[in-house]
Design a protein around this ligand. Sequence first.
Ligand SMILES: [Zn+2]
Length: 235
Amino acid sequence: MKTLIQASTLNALMLGNFDQTTTVKEFLHHADTGIGTYTGLDGEAIFEDGVAYRATAEGTVTQMKPEDGVAFGTVAEFDRNVPEHTFSNIESLDQLRKELEPYVKDNQNIFYLLKGQGEFTTMHVRSCFACQKPYPTLSEAASKQREFHYEHVTGSLIAVYCPAYVEGINLPGWHFHFLSGDKSKGGHVLGLSTNNFTFKLNPISEFSLTLPSNPEFSKLNLCEDLSAKTAAVEG
Ligand SMILES: [Zn+2]
């Protein structure tokens, strides 16, 4: 059975627990596709075809090394032998979320991993700057995030759908990251439009969670309802 592998919890990240949870090598041992962020909140992670990319707040993309650290993320081994779907005339990220509803409505209580290629008329992404200890909260770090607006860019969208009941552990609903085809641009998607988007979807009903082992993690109150703050930062 296909497993969604997660490092840390979203509330731990929200509270500023940006230490390494696992290494790129460990994280991608049984996975090749997904999203997340690196140690110190250093950029947005896009895992594509088993390669770990980092979309930086400088607007560049670098490749991570096997020994580099992942603070938070969600990955799986993507099954390409599934039907392909195409959308045209997508004018916003909200519309894309709406068009994806029929694909998850039969079972909204499992996870989905999406991988797609598109020609994006517009692409609005953000990345966060690396933080030093003592770490700020994610809301504080995100207040200094850099945003980039691209036009007529081709590339990949990698997205994770989480069921509503994982609130606090991951982001309920869809979470999209972008990587351009030439691997030079990317980030956490805040907005987009496309006339040609082709994607495949993997339903996933097994979940594996690795928790951080740094001492600060053991002291965090992970029951706090951070849903409004999470929506503001990640939505
Ligand atoms: Zn993100």
